[in-house]
Design a protein. Structure first.
Length: 202
């Protein structure tokens, strides 16, 4: 239709803001955040739409992520293609998927620079308060100790991950991949490289 890209981006950002700003106001909040793993595939577009946005990058050991994605009781469609390309090997496919998604995140983080704050899942769950305090400082928000007791407060759950509802506090949840036989661990570790080493996971 002849519109400049910047015009379309401004209109689209305004459309999105109209919903999220109103929702935040109705919930008594001054600002809003949104999270979904699928955003990995459109980080640059989000950065263009919301030039002053702040991005929280959460890294987690690829073997633990692969273990979760390979859960036989769940089906994650996002990994179907890479699993098929891995000969139907779900753990290996999940490892390759993790590596590719984290490569995209790293590429974006290099471009976005100071708009990003990175933290590790392991540090967040094992020593949450100091880890979260650093994140709050990045966001320019005052620290509130009540954050550590989020389970005491009612909030609109929306479409959040059901696992959130089952947990009343932040707690460690790492190393479950060790339930795999050593041979599977080695295969998945290989599938996660070189990103696993790049992120300093052994």
């Amino acid at each position: 239709m002849g519109y400049e890209k910047s015009t379309v981006e401004t209109a689209l950002a305004g459309f999105i803001h109209a919903f999220f700003d109103r929702y935040a106001k109705e919930q008594g909040k001054l600002r809003w955040a949104d999270k979904t793993p699928h955003y990995v595939d459109c980080l640059s577009e989000l950065h263009s739409l919301f030039g002053n946005a702040q991005f929280i990058i959460l890294f987690r050991n690829g073997l633990d992520v692969a273990f979760s994605l390979a859960d036989a009781h769940r089906h994650y469609r996002a990994i179907d293609e890479v699993v098929a390309a891995s000969g139907g090997n779900v753990p290996v496919g999940a490892g390759r998927f993790w590596a590719e998604q984290n490569r995209k995140i790293e590429d974006f983080r290099k471009r976005a620079g100071e708009s990003c704050f990175s933290l590790r899942y392991e540090e967040l769950t094992e020593d949450p308060e100091p880890t979260l305090k650093k994140m709050f400082a990045f966001l320019g928000e005052p620290w509130e100790a009540e954050v550590m007791e989020y389970g005491r407060f009612e909030h609109h759950r929306g479409v959040e991950d059901p696992d959130v509802r089952r947990r009343r506090r932040i707690e460690p949840n790492s190393g479950r991949y060790r339930n795999w036989p050593p041979s599977v661990q080695d295969a998945v570790r290989h599938a996660c490289e070189p990103m696993l080493s790049h992120l300093n996971y052994q």
